[in-house]
Each structure stands twice: as C-alpha cells, then as structure tokens.
Design a protein around this ligand. Structure first.
Ligand code: ACM
Ligand code: ZN
Length: 628
C-alpha cells in the first residue's frame, strides 16, 4: 500500500513537472522555441566535448552542477552517442559573437555550440535553468524527476559589459563571500565584477611597496548600529575591524572569476573618497590634518577626504599603487573613481594654487581634470584604460576616458556625444543600496529604486548612438550593508531585472513575463541558499492631494499585477474578509489617524502588513517618487 502511494506520488510529481513547463530563463534568450517532449537526465551522463582543453572550465561547471544535487555520474567521451555534445564552431557563427550560443534540447540529447568557451558557459547556464530548481542545491536531493523541456535556443547578449559593483570598502567582504557573489552573478550572465576597493572607510588591496596602506588603511574601530551616527574613534581604541585582500588572494579571485567568464574591474577612488589613503600617509591632503579610517561617523572636518593635487608626492604614490594594480589585474580598465570631490580645500591650498598657475588652469574643475588626465597618462603607460564616475567630465574629459554615468544618464549622454565610451549606472535605476519597497518595512537605506524601476530602464537614451554604450551595472554601495546576507537581499531580485536589461533584446522586455520567471527563480535561489527581497509584493502608498483642498487621499497599488489589497483604518489586521481596495484613492474616515493594508493572491498573503500614519503620508505629499 505504502509503495503504491509513493508510486502515485511520484507519478503526480512527474506529471506536475511535465505539465508546468513555463520556461523561465533569466535573462530572456534572444530566440527560444519550445518543442515537444522532454529530456530525461540519465544517471550516467556522457559528455563529448571533442577533448577540447579550452572547454575544460565549462565542462567542470556542467559536470559539477549536474552531479552534486543528483548524485549521478559524468563520463567524458569522444563518442557520437554522448548525451551532451558541447563544441566550438570551426568557423565563427556571426550571429553569436563572443558570448552567444545555440542550445538544442531533444528527448535524447543536449547540444551546445558557440564560437568561444564563454558562449558554451552561458549555454550551460541556460540549460541548467530548464532543470528543476533543486539542481541549484549544494547537497544531494532525492526523489526529483531531473527533466528538462525540449527547446531550441539561439542567444547572445545585447551588451558586452554586464556588471555588478560591490563596495568592499564601507564594509569588507571576505574572499569567499566575493566568490559566492560571483557564482550568483554568473548564473544570470553577468560578466564584470566592479570592486570598489578604497574609500574613506577602508583600503582593501595589498600594495607591496606601501605596506602602511593596509597596515593602517584597512582597519577601523568597530561600530555596530546605524551608519552615519556612530561615535568617532576614541583615543584608546584599537582599529580592529576591516580587512584586505592580499595580492595572492586577489589572484585567486581573478582566476575564479575567469572560470565564470567574469572580469574583475578594480576601483581605487581618487582624488576624493581617499581618507583611508590619507590616514595611512598624512601628508597627502591639502590640510595635512591627522585622521583615522572612518568607521561610519561624521568627520570632524566635513569633506576633507581629497588628495592635494599640488603635491607631487601624491602622484608618486599613485604611480606606485597603479603600477601594482596594473600588474595584478588583467582587466583592460582601471577605475579611478573621481566622484564627489569637494574642491574647497584645493581653492585654499597654496600648493594647489601653484599647480593651477603653472598649468594655466582657470578653476578647480580644471584642476580636477588635470588630475584625471595625469591619471590617464599613468594608466596608459601601464597598458590600461581609464574609467571614472561622471564627475570626470567636469573641467574637460581626459582624451580616452570611459565614463560611468551615475548621476542619471546626463553624463553618459554628454560623453557619448563626444565619442567616448560609457557604462550606464544611473542611480535611480541601478543603485542596489536604495530602498526597494515601502520604506517603513525595509532596513535603512537612502532613496528609492524599485524592482520595476530597474526592469523598465533602458541604458541607451534616444539621442545617443548605441555603439558608445558598452553596457551597464547595478551598484551596491555598502555603508548600510554590514553583512553578506544583506548583500544578497539588496542584490536580488533587482539583479535579475538588470541582468535582463543588459542581456536581452529591448523589444522582448515584458514586465508580467519577467515577474512570472522571477517567481520561478525564487525556489532556485532558495535551493542554493541565496537571500532575496520580496519587497515588490508590498503595498505602495501614494498620497494624492484633493483638488482645492489642504486634505489628501491615499492611492494603494502594487508593482506586481494581479494582487488584491485589503485595508483597514482601525488598526486591525486586514485579510480577504476585510474591505478590498477598488483602485479609487481612499479618504481617511473622520478621526482615523492611520491606514493598514496588505496584499493577497488567490486569498493567500504575499506581502507584508504595513501600517502608515496619516501624518507620515502628509509629509510624503511633496516628495519625489524616488524618496519613498
Ligand atoms: C557615487 O555614487 N558616488 C559614484
Ligand atoms: Zn592642495
């Protein structure tokens, strides 16, 4: 009897797997045809890769990820009857470029072809997304029907630069955590990890000729709580919090990244955001005041974190630093930061003033531009290209600089119009440190960047020639991201949306389809133990002023369609037996001081219950949409 029940349960689960073939690949492939039938993964998996050594890493990826959760075995073979046939094209297929692939899944065989190993790697990622979510598990999972629907896919990226930035200065993340981040990135075909390696709060890369940099600059006093309000370092306190990557660590991370088709882009943020450097070598700023590495407190002298551009020892120091970085990182670019420099100390500094006179610079913007151009010269002499935040446009762009546009798209447009390359990361669509839903139920952050903002953004403005836009990134600043679980929470699912923005054809973008696919990714993220945010399921409250009145009503909505909202004004917990929101803005009943609402799908709660005070809504009346 027990056996019969088990058997029928097994059949039922098989049936549900077969019946439920909503193919949910993120990012959406360029061409995908679903065919009849299923591929059933055999317990002995044979792979024929023509013995091509260039495919070793793609093979390792495929065999590791197929065997770990299934307990099956992989055998490499040159036989034509192999279940997996993986091969590089003998003559390049022009449709595919360097990262594209063709994937064919039939009942008896899986074939992946590409021009380059990167394409094979991405074909493997897409194939794995056709298998049940448990394929993402790091331990063996029993009783799963390891089947994939039959498909033909032709796929290649829209942009060659598909990045995520991780700020490892504001909070340090270990080598193993960064590797984990890269593993997650590679699943969604990201290929650039931009590491923000220095800032006022920590220097994170060993420079062998300047051991003082990591001896002092990598460490700060320990503070826990809410960033920005911490007590400054006290005289007796040890700077014990932080860390850095040795060059050996970084070589290991770079090699790990290479196997995932990821390039690590290093950023050393100069001339401002340089307090960790200044704390290590006191003579480098205009004021020459002594500082310790900032642990998240307000500096006694605001904005005194810029290098003195009149001081030649600054350039000698930077030459040493960038010489070692250029030798360490294979990336063709080095990011020099360049953002948010307060220029007031330069204006008051005799050395900076002398530099301006000697170099015929009219103002401090031109002084900054002089600095960036000199940095470009240093990098160029070491075979590297310069990339910087869009402030490097101020005072005149360095001749060959690439601009990372973050204060909106404006800087990127300006640079592209001057025939410079651009990486788009406008904060209101790409900043992963911002709130992703109703602020009152999220951990502290700054402005607002919802999942749908990220999804609906396009990195190529109408007025710009697409060829100058290399691609884009999602940027995770970590002032308020103090642990790795929160890194994940802030990255996913916005990272899924941006993956699609940077890989998939614009014409195929479809929010409802994306949401359906995202929901199919959640059990995959669960299986691999990755945290993600469900903020897009929460109610959005928008106060709406009542015409010719000082009063307002409140509109309730959700980013995800098809959810029902139930609400109360009396402080009790709404469920589907309470008033259902009709779409018309609600007026507060006389005397009501708050509203409570929640979201449901088919009667099942999917959001968080959120109560907002009427006063709070009134305060939001005059704020922009990216503030709450
Ligand atoms: C930046 O967000 N300051 C580049
Ligand atoms: Zn100066």
């Amino acid at each position: 009897m027990k056996q019969i029940i088990l058997l029928s349960a097994g059949l039922f689960s098989l049936f549900t797997v077969f019946a439920q073939d909503n193919i949910s690949i993120i990012p959406q492939p360029v061409k995908l045809t679903e065919n009849q039938g299923h591929f059933i993964l055999p317990a002995t998996i044979t792979i024929n890769a023509d013995g091509n050594p260039g495919l070793k890493t793609a093979m390792a990826e495929l065999s590791e990820r197929l065997t770990l959760p299934t307990g099956y075995h992989v055998t490499m073979t040159n036989s034509g009857s192999a279940v997996f046939r993986i091969g590089l094209n003998k003559t390049a297929d022009p449709e595919l470029g360097n990262e594209g692939y063709r994937l064919s899944v039939t009942p008896g065989k899986v074939t992946i072809t590409a021009n380059q190993p990167a394409g094979i790697f991405y074909g493997v990622q897409s194939f794995l997304q056709l298998l049940p979510p448990e394929i993402e598990s790091n331990i063996r999972v029993a009783d799963i029907a390891w089947n994939a629907p039959c498909v033909s896919i032709t796929d290649y990226p829209r942009f060659g630069w598909r990045g995520l930035m991780l700020d490892v200065s504001r909070h340090f993340f270990t080598k193993e955590e960064v590797k984990k981040y890269m593993v997650q990135m590679a699943r969604y075909k990201y290929n650039v990890l931009h590491l923000h390696l220095s800032d006022d709060q920590g220097w994170r890369i060993e420079i062998k000729s300047l051991p003082q940099l990591t001896h002092v600059g990598a460490w700060r006093v320990k503070r826990t709580g809410l960033w920005g309000e911490f007590l400054p370092a006290l005289a007796y306190e040890q700077a014990s919090d932080g860390g850095f990557y040795t060059q050996e660590d970084m070589r290991e991370m770079i090699s790990f990244a290479k196997d995932l088709n990821i390039t690590i882009l290093p950023e050393i943020d100069v001339p401002a955001h340089s307090l960790a450097l200044i704390a290590s070598f006191q003579n480098l700023s205009c004021t020459q005041l002594p500082y310790s590495v900032n642990a998240g407190f307000r500096s006694p002298v605001r904005d005194d974190n810029a290098l003195c551009i009149g001081n030649d020892s600054v350039f000698m120091m930077l030459d040493k630093i960038f010489t070692e970085l250029a030798a360490l990182f294979p990336c063709e670019y080095i990011h020099i930061g360049g953002d948010e420099a307060y220029k007031g100390f330069w204006a008051d500094c005799p050395k900076c003033q002398k530099r301006m006179t000697d170099e015929h610079l009219k103002n401090v913007d031109e002084l900054q531009s002089y600095f960036v151009k000199r940095m470009e010269g240093i990098l160029k002499s070491k075979g590297k290209k310069l990339i910087g935040w869009d402030e490097i446009l101020e005072g005149g762009l360095a001749p060959e600089a690439t601009v990372m546009s973050w204060r909106g798209m404006k800087g990127g447009i300006e640079a592209a119009k001057m025939n410079h390359h651009v990486v788009m990361t406008p904060w209101d669509y790409c900043y992963l440190d911002l709130y992703q839903g109703e602020t009152s139920v999220e951990p502290p952050a700054y402005g607002m960047c919802r999942l749908s903002d990220s999804y609906n953004y396009d990195p190529v403005p109408d007025s710009v020639d697409e060829k100058y836009i290399l691609g884009g990134q999602g940027n995770l600043w970590t002032e308020r991201v103090s642990n790795y679980r929160h890194v994940e929470y802030m990255t996913w699912p916005r990272g899924l949306a941006l993956a699609e923005v940077y890989w998939s054809p614009k014409a195929d973008r479809n929010w409802d389809h994306f949401v359906q696919k995202m929901e199919a990714q959640f059990p995959r993220l669960d299986a691999e133990g990755t945290k993600y945010a469900l903020s897009a399921y929460n109610v959005m409250y928008t106060p709406v002023r009542i015409k010719d009145s000082r009063s307002f009503s409140v509109k309730l909505s959700t980013e995800i369609k098809g959810l029902d909202i139930y609400y109360t004004f009396d402080g009790t917990n709404p469920d589907p037996y309470y008033p259902k929101y009709s779409g018309e803005p609600l007026n507060f009943p006389v005397g009501a001081t708050q509203i409570t609402a929640n979201t449901f799908r088919n009667g099942k709660q999917v959001g968080k219950q959120i109560t907002l005070k009427k006063d709070e809504l009134a305060a939001r009346l005059n704020q922009g949409r990216h503030q709450y």
